[in-house]
Write a protein that binds this ligand. Structure first.
Ligand SMILES: *Cc1c(COP(=O)(O)O)cnc(C)c1O
Length: 469
C-alpha cells in the first residue's frame, strides 16, 4: 500500500515510512492512494470474529508490503489482549434502537487506547527491524498523553516525552500519565498552558538539531496508523447489529475529526453506513461547516468535555481532499487561505456531497449535563460528557428510527467527575479494578519553565532511556 499527501507535493510513502512520518513534507496529511474495498459477502463472513481477528482482516491491506501477516496477527492479539473487557468494544443498548459502543475499556479508559496501544507496538516492531531508536514528543491536555505513554511503555526503541500544563489537568488525568514509571517515559509539567506546550512541540519538529540526529515522531491524531486502527470498531459494531444486510448510523463525539473520519473510511471500504453525525461541544468549527458551509476559526471555549476543545480540526483536511476529487493543489490553496486567517466555503455541490452522509450538532455544557441526567434517569447508565454529546446529537439528528444508531462512547465517566457532578448524579463512580490504587501510586514528573531551550535540553539529556542522546 502506498500513501499520498493531501497537498500533492510530498513523495508517496509505504506504510512503514508513513508510520514514522507524521506530517508530509508539503504540510499535508498522508492518505492511502487506493482505499481497499470489501464485498458484502466478505464483510458478512466476518460476523462473530473476535476483535483482533476482525482487526487483522480490516487493516491487513493498509500494512501490506511492510508488516508480515504472522507479525501483524501477533501484534494485534497483544494489543487488544490488554483491554479489560473480553468483548474489547462492547455495545450497550440505551433504547429501542440506540446503542453506545463502549470504547473505554483500554488501559487509560478512553478510545485513544485502540489506536495508541497498536501504534506503540507497530513502532517498536518497525524500529527493531531497522535497528533504530526514536524520540516521541507530544503535548496533552489530558487523554492523548496517557494513552500515548501507556502505548509506548513497553517499547524498547522509543523514548517518550509528554508535556502537560502544570496544575491544569485533572488529578486523574495527571496520575494516569505520571504513575507509569519507566526509563523511557518522561512526563514534563510545563509552567504554562496547553498552547505553550503545543507550540514547543511544533517548534521542536521544525528544528530538530537538539536531537543530534535521532528521529522525532508524532503521535497526535494526524498519524495515519491511528486513523487506521479506528476503522475496525465501526465494522465490529455494525456486524453485531446486522450489517452488511442492514445499514447503520453512527454519532461521533468529535474534536480533531480523526475518529469520525475512520467511520467515513469504513463506509468507503464497503460497510453500509447510512449516516455519520458530527457531535461537537461549543468549539463548533465542524458544525458550522456541516450546517452552513463555513470553515472559520473561532476563539477557544473551555468546556466540560475538554478532549473536544479545539479551534481547528486537523484531520478535516483528509475529507476536504476527497471532496475536491483528490486535487492536492486545491487543498494547498484552501489551507493557505485558512492559515492566513481566512475562513473558507467549498463549492455548493461539494458541500452537498458531504451532507449526503454527514449531519452535525453543537451541544453546550448545560445540554451536556441535561443529557447525562436524562440518560441516567432512563437507564441507570452514567455517561461521560463527550459520550453524552454524542447521544444528544444522535437523538436530534437521526434520519431514521428503524436504522440502528450507534453512539461512540469515547471515555469512561470516572475521568470527568465535574460534568457528572454538575448533572446532579449523586452515585459515586468507581475507578475500574486495574486503576483502583491510582491515587496511592508513586508519581514521577519534572516541572520545567515555559522555555523551549530548557525543554529541548531536557530531552537531549534524557532521550536515550534516561541517558543523554
Ligand atoms: C480525543 C477525544 C475525542 C475527539 O476525537 P477526535 O478524533 O479528535 O475527533 C472525543 N472524546 C474523547 C473522550 C477523546 O479523548
Amino acid at each position: 500500500m502506498r500513501y499520498i499527501s493531501t497537498r500533492g507535493q510530498a513523495p508517496a510513502l509505504n506504510f512503514e515510512d508513513v508510520l514514522l512520518a507524521g506530517l508530509a513534507s508539503d504540510g499535508g496529511l498522508y492518505v492511502p492512494e487506493n482505499l481497499p474495498r470489501f464485498t458484502q459477502e466478505e464483510i458478512a463472513s466476518w460476523a462473530g470474529l473476535p476483535y483482533h481477528e476482525l482487526a487483522f482482516r480490516v487493516m491487513r491491506p493498509f500494512v501490506a508490503g511492510s508488516i508480515a501477516d504472522a507479525d501483524f496477527k501477533r501484534i494485534l492479539e497483544d494489543t487488544y489482549g490488554v483491554f479489560a473487557h473480553s468483548a474489547i468494544a462492547p455495545l450497550r443498548q440505551l433504547n429501542g434502537n440506540e446503542w453506545v459502543l463502549e470504547l473505554f475499556h483500554g488501559p487509560t479508559l478512553a478510545f485513544k487506547d485502540f489506536a495508541l496501544q497498536l501504534l506503540g507496538r507497530l513502532l517498536d516492531h518497525v524500529l527493531a527491524k531497522r535497528n533504530e531508536r526514536v524520540v516521541i514528543m507530544g503535548a496533552t491536555s489530558g487523554d492523548t498523553g496517557s494513552a500515548a505513554i501507556e502505548g509506548c511503555k513497553a517499547c524498547d526503541n522509543v523514548d517518550i516525552f509528554i508535556m502537560h500544563p502544570h496544575n491544569r489537568v485533572s488529578e486523574v488525568q495527571r496520575r494516569q500519565m505520571t504513575t507509569i514509571l519507566g526509563e523511557n517515559i518522561h512526563n514534563i509539567a510545563i509552567e504554562g498552558n496547553f498552547d505553550d506546550c503545543q507550540e514547543m512541540v511544533k517548534a521542536s519538529f521544525a528544528d530538530q538539531g537538539f536531537l543530534k540526529g535521532t528521529r522525532l515522531v508524532a503521535v497526535n491524531s494526524i498519524n495515519w496508523a491511528r486513523i487506521m486502527a479506528q476503522i475496525v470498531y465501526y465494522f465490529y459494531a455494525a456486524l453485531q447489529l446486522g450489517a452488511p444486510a442492514r445499514s447503520i448510523a453512527f454519532s461521533v463525539p468529535t474534536g480533531n475529526f480523526g475518529d469520525i473520519f475512520a467511520g467515513y473510511l469504513a463506509r468507503n471500504m464497503g460497510l453500509p453506513v447510512s449516516q455519520l453525525i458530527v457531535a461537537t461541544n461549543r468549539n463548533d468549527i465542524l458544525h458550522r461547516f456541516m450546517s452552513g458551509n463555513s470553515y472559520a476559526k473561532d476563539t477557544l471555549h473551555p468546556t466540560l468535555s475538554p478532549s473536544m476543545d479545539i479551534m481547528v480540526s486537523s484531520n478535516f483536511e483528509r475529507l476536504l481532499f476527497d471532496l475536491h476529487g483528490r486535487n492536492g493543489a486545491a487543498i494547498a490553496g484552501l489551507m493557505d487561505t485558512f492559515k492566513r486567517g481566512g475562513g473558507f466555503s467549498v463549492d455548493e455541490d461539494r458541500w452537498s456531497e458531504a451532507r449526503k452522509l454527514f449531519d452535525s450538532l453543537a451541544v453546550d455544557d448545560e445540554q451536556t449535563c441535561e443529557t447525562i441526567a436524562a440518560v441516567f434517569a432512563e437507564t441507570g447508565e452514567v455517561l461521560d460528557p463527550h459520550t453524552a454529546i454524542g447521544v444528544r446529537a444522535g437523538r436530534e439528528c437521526r434520519r431514521s428510527l428503524s436504522t440502528p444508531m450507534v453512539v461512540l462512547g469515547t471515555a469512561h465517566p470516572v475521568k470527568f467527575p465535574e460534568a457528572v457532578e454538575k448533572a446532579g448524579i449523586a452515585k459515586a463512580i468507581e475507578l475500574p479494578a486495574h486503576l483502583a490504587d491510582l491515587f496511592v501510586r508513586e508519581e514521577r514528573y519534572s516541572v520545567l519553565a515555559n522555555d523551549l531551550k530548557a525543554v529541548q535540553a531536557f530531552v537531549a539529556e534524557h532521550g536515550n532511556r534516561g541517558k543523554p542522546l
